[in-house]
Design a protein around this ligand. Structure first.
Ligand SMILES: [Zn+2]
Length: 468
């Protein structure tokens, strides 16, 4: 049955809307247990993860040829989180090289999914039940992911359940949320397709393309008066400058930062400028929201009921709470269509040492803002330079609202957009001195000033661009 005759029949707009309405109704039934699990005691969550892990491994062993081989030595009926190290890790390269053997529905061949993604002009179903997403990584391999009916509905709540829980505790009059997303509509990316599947008429939600001129974005926001402002931190930083200059006049109750690393200096500026909680999200096409902020403090709660997150060092050894990991092994417990088991993500996360309960009442473990992807590190021969070396002097110049650091063979070119003049030579000298200090021989740094940094179609600003 797995042949050319199984090609997809085109889904009409009517069919799409019918499927979507059914999907919204079904998603509503999944929300109460997901809200409930936010406050389960830690041991009950651990037990739940073990049950779900065994379920995932059984499905993977029975229906994924690639996983079957790798799980040959694992007793899936007794395995628990402490035995994970006995299971080999997988990378995005593994996934893309063996995609057809990883998926548990043989119709979902990579060429079929790629054709579906290539034809997307807006959100659409594949085989009337699946959703596909691609991660447009600014550096490294592109990843392709598929979600089944339940998984896609679960995915939307991973992003929204903390906000819903918070809103429920507020007076009814304040529960009407006007959400404005300053982002990018890329139909292949989960961040635009997922909200589109589940968008409802009674929710006031609007998207302003981040690629528009700043004045137009400001005008759109002044008109919409959002109670929740969602955006990339690099874009929110620019908007904070607009607010300080008196041009942007909004009073959001929540600022929500997505997609890019939320640098501590930007978090501070946003909180101070808007006087509202800054909620950060750690999302990935691999598992939707892996962690999300509750707004009480500068931390995020892991999705402790839906994923297993192993913070590890460069060599893959477990890293304890209080230490920043170099990368993460992720096991997505809720997607049985594309089993991701100990899947490597190059994000640097840090579990908080303090395991006291969060004042918000959620029991899920907390992490600090993830930052400085390994991919952002510049290497000059044997010398690795952490992005912080550039960030620190850049963040000291309050005039600079947006920047990109492009690695060059001998150093870097910094392109900055600023609200006023600053001493470019002094900035170049500071960064040059930093590079010399860590041993980069004869570093050379140029600083260029621009009105606006070019954003790719994804809208995401690549702050650090290593040499290819
Ligand atoms: Zn909390």
């Amino acid at each position: 049955m797995n042949n050319a005759a199984m090609t997809e029949t085109p889904t009409t707009e009517t069919t799409y809307q019918q499927l979507r309405q059914r999907h919204i109704a079904h998603a509503a039934t999944l929300l109460p247990p997901m809200l409930d699990r936010l406050t389960w005691p830690a041991d009950r969550l651990a037990e739940h993860r073990t049950t779900e892990l065994r379920r995932l491994l059984r499905v993977a062993r029975e229906t994924s040829p690639w996983h079957r081989e790798r799980l040959a030595g694992v007793d899936v009926d007794t395995v628990d989180e402490s035995d994970l190290t006995g299971i080999p890790v997988m990378t995005k390269d593994d996934l893309m090289a063996h995609f057809d053997d990883v998926v548990t529905d043989e119709r979902l061949r990579l060429d079929v999914v790629e054709d579906h993604l290539a034809a997307l002009t807006s959100d659409a179903y594949l085989f009337d039940r699946y959703h596909a997403a691609a991660s447009g990584s600014s550096s490294g391999t592109r990843g392709v992911f598929v979600y089944d009916w339940d998984d896609w509905a679960t995915a939307i709540w991973t992003f929204q359940r903390h906000g819903i829980r918070g809103a429920q505790s507020r007076p009814a009059a304040e529960q009407v949320m006007s959400v404005v997303v300053v982002g990018a509509a890329v139909p292949t990316h989960m961040s635009s397709s997922l909200p589109q599947t589940f968008s409802m008429q009674d929710a006031v939600s609007k998207q302003i393309p981040v690629t528009r001129p700043t004045a137009e974005i400001v005008e759109g926001l002044n008109e919409a008066q959002p109670t929740v402002l969602v955006g990339y931190p690099s874009a929110l930083h620019v908007l904070a400058a607009e607010a300080r200059a008196g041009r942007l006049r909004i009073s959001p109750q929540v600022i929500s930062s997505t997609s890019e690393t939320l640098l501590p200096e930007i978090r501070a500026v946003l909180a101070e400028t808007f006087g509202a909680p800054v909620v950060n999200g750690y999302g990935a096409s691999e598992a939707a929201a892996i962690a999300i902020g509750c707004g009480v403090g500068p931390w995020l709660h892991l999705s402790d009921d839906l994923v297993i997150v192993e913070p590890v060092d460069v060599a893959g050894r477990p890293v304890p709470p209080g230490t920043r990991a170099d990368k993460v092994y992720l096991t997505n417990l809720f997607n049985h269509t594309l089993p991701l088991i100990r899947y490597e993500l190059t994000d640097q996360i840090e579990l908080l040492v303090d395991d006291a309960p969060c004042p918000c009442g959620c029991t899920h473990r907390r992490i600090a803002d993830p930052y400085g992807r390994l991919d952002d590190t510049f290497t000059y021969g044997p010398i690795a330079v952490h992005p912080h070396l550039f960030r620190a002097p850049l963040s000291q110049r309050a005039e600079i609202v947006e920047y990109q650091v492009r690695q060059t063979p001998a150093g870097a070119t910094v392109v900055a957009a600023a609200t006023g003049p600053f001493d470019t030579a002094a900035l170049a000298a500071d960064i040059t001195a930093g590079l010399a200090r860590v041993g980069v021989p004869d570093p050379r740094v140029d600083v260029e000033v621009t009105d606006r940094l070019p954003r790719p179609a994804s809208g995401k600003l690549q702050r650090f661009a290593p040499l290819a």
